[in-house]
Unconditional design. Structure first.
Length: 279
């Protein structure tokens, strides 16, 4: 993709009729990133030979805090296990995602301090850092950085995917299902496979850059200064793809409510049982 009109189309898809940045430094990698979309419908094809190894190599090329490599990946392709993963995406208030069972593979990205904890104990040291919130964040961030690299690599070889935060709804059951050791938990899952061309997904609009970009200091903006433009982009997107009419603000209210937790309000207890004291 090199034509300026195609690049303009990418920006329009990402921002709708909101203001778009005029000085993007374009190349193929930037174009691919702007074209990202969540994929929930896949063909029946298994992952191509070498795809998983490619994703992991890209994931391992992400930054890792203090070179500690505190993440792991559990790749699931067994139909029975995927069906159980689909069940675990369900919650008390919301239905889950049945497409998880049909995805060729589900990747479970694990914040994993178990290896380093074991090494420290074996060498006669006390791994006290595992008791603290910062260590928990380090491992979780490592997993997230690795996963994003992995998804970008998957898209580069013709695959698509979607993150599954809903797999934290039943964090303890999930850890037991895949045999996680102490000091490890699944941060999120990711369904990946070949996108079904008969059920295509679309690029979701984002707020204009001046909503999220702050220069030098954080600048608090009244909601009314920007929300209307983004609501228009959100509404236009949903209308174009035949989605039910609702506002983004409604999604925010739902997402900020306790019902949205759908089991994740128990996550701290599960983490503490797994060794994270979160001091």
């Amino acid at each position: 993709m090199t034509d300026s009109w195609q690049r303009d189309a990418l920006l329009e898809a990402r921002y709708g009729q909101q203001a778009t940045p005029e000085n993007i430094i374009w190349n193929e990698q930037i174009e691919a990133l702007l074209a990202h979309r969540s994929v929930r419908a896949f063909t029946d094809e298994p992952l191509p030979n070498g795809a998983l190894e490619t994703v992991v190599a890209a994931a391992q090329s992400a930054s890792t805090s203090s070179n500690l490599h505190q993440w792991s990946l559990v790749a699931v392709s067994d139909p029975e296990t995927k069906a159980e993963l689909a069940r675990l995406t369900h919650g008390v208030e919301f239905t889950g995602f049945e497409f998880v069972a049909q995805a060729p593979s589900v990747l479970l990205w694990v914040a994993d301090m178990s290896r380093n904890h074991a090494i420290s104990v074996e060498l006669g040291s006390k791994p006290l850092v595992t008791d603290y919130v910062d260590a928990f964040l380090m491992a979780s961030i490592d997993a997230a950085l690795a996963a994003q690299n992995g998804l970008v690599a998957a898209e580069a070889i013709g695959l698509g995917g979607v993150y599954l935060g809903s797999l934290r709804n039943h964090a303890k059951e999930l850890a037991d299902l895949i045999g996680l050791p102490s000091y490890a938990y699944v941060v999120f899952g990711m369904a990946i496979g070949t996108p079904d061309p008969h059920r295509p997904s679309a690029v979701h609009p984002r707020p204009a850059q001046d909503v999220v970009l702050h220069r030098e200091r954080y600048r608090t903006r009244p909601t009314e200064e920007w929300i209307e433009d983004y609501e228009t982009a959100f509404k236009d997107f949903r209308a174009e793809y035949g989605l039910r009419d609702k506002t983004w603000s409604h999604s925010v209210v739902v997402g900020m409510g306790l019902d949205y937790m759908d089991g994740r309000e128990n996550l701290r207890r599960t983490l503490e049982e797994r060794g994270y004291l979160l001091r």
